[in-house]
Write a protein of this length. Structure first.
Length: 339
């Protein structure tokens, strides 16, 4: 019991009565409207805390037409990059008074269609979605009713908001950094059998462009082939190249996991990183920041991805119905011990 009331039955009116303000003022504080004095805001928050008030989502939806929740749909929640994106989205949601439902699609096209078509309707105010398999035209045809913002490279319909980094430019920057350090035989790890993502293609394109601009011939043998996305697949790709006598003095990797695979295979072969071979990862995830040696990595601004995506989504939720906004956020090269 709190002040004679069951905490589960505390109403907005109870908070207003305790704080000595109107219910509208309580609502304004809860929605973080700026036109509330600091003293009034403190009184309301103290009353909310004392009473243990929690807004009822059903009542909020009936009153405002909104749930205060968004969905984040990503391919795999245990993949390092997507886990960090989910954390940034969650932090951004908390700052804006929203909660997040996280859903993984497991690269299944039917699961992705459900995200677009109807799965989230009525449950959330909007969806931030990183598709892997569903294509641009299909999203355009489905025309989702729930506000939607896309992440990544897989689909970019002109009618839908979209946030990404410039993968081709980022790959060029990575190769250029390796060239500046004196590397000339730069491998790419890797193209992957059955890869359905656009990101590998864009990164490979930037890799080739940078080599040509530097006056270095793009040797097809330096584009390594992997049977899958796991660490052991990456190790196998590097071993196969070394066993075939293919020489290289640097590797640009499609992600940090492949970079760790490269370091393992090179070490097993008696090659030193970075003295003999520099290794540059991609995504600047926790494994890059905490590995030994510390891994250099192409670093998307994940916080900016989350912030810009939320900005666009909230504008859609608030009624914006214009053509899709396609936004590019910054990237950098986090140089550490492996380069």
């Amino acid at each position: 019991m709190v002040n004679g009331r069951s905490a589960g039955r505390v109403r907005l009116k109870d908070v207003a009565d305790l704080a000595g303000v109107s219910m509208k003022t309580v609502s304004n504080v809860m929605h973080d409207y700026e036109h509330v004095s600091p003293a009034m805001r403190d009184r309301v928050r103290a009353a909310i805390e004392e009473l243990g008030y929690r807004p009822n989502l059903t009542a909020r939806r009936l009153a405002t037409g909104r749930t205060g929740m968004i969905a984040l749909a990503i391919p795999e929640i245990d993949q390092f990059y997507f886990a960090e994106i989910a954390r940034h989205i969650g932090e951004e949601a908390g700052r804006r008074g929203y909660r997040v439902i996280v859903e993984q699609t497991l690269n299944d096209v039917e699961a992705e269609r459900a995200v677009i078509r109807d799965r989230e309707e009525g449950l959330v105010d909007g969806v931030i979605f990183h598709p892997a398999r569903i294509d641009t035209l299909e999203i355009a045809r489905l025309r989702p009713d729930t506000p939607l913002v896309l992440l990544g490279e897989a689909a970019r319909p002109v009618t839908t908001d979209h946030v990404m980094i410039d993968n081709t430019r980022a790959a060029r920057d990575g190769v250029e950094a390796l060239v500046r350090s004196g590397r000339r035989r730069i491998a790419f790890l890797a193209t992957v059998r059955g890869d359905i993502t656009e990101s590998t293609h864009l990164r490979l394109l930037g890799y080739q462009e940078a080599l040509i601009d530097a006056g270095i011939g793009a040797d097809p043998r330096l584009v390594l082939q992997s049977e899958g996305f796991d660490l052991e697949d990456g190790v196998g790709a590097v071993r196969t190249a070394l066993d075939a006598g293919i020489a290289f003095d640097a590797i640009l990797c499609r992600d940090d996991l492949f970079a760790m695979a490269a370091i393992r295979a090179l070490t097993e072969a008696g090659l030193r990183v970075p003295q003999d071979v520099s290794v540059l990862g991609w995504d600047n995830t926790s494994i890059a920041r905490n590995s030994t040696p510390a891994l250099s990595s192409v670093s998307p601004d994940k916080a900016a991805l989350a912030s810009v995506a939320f900005d666009l989504l909230l504008e859609r939720i608030d009624g914006y119905d214009g053509i899709g906004r396609h936004m590019i956020v910054d990237h950098s090269i986090a140089e550490r011990a492996t380069t």
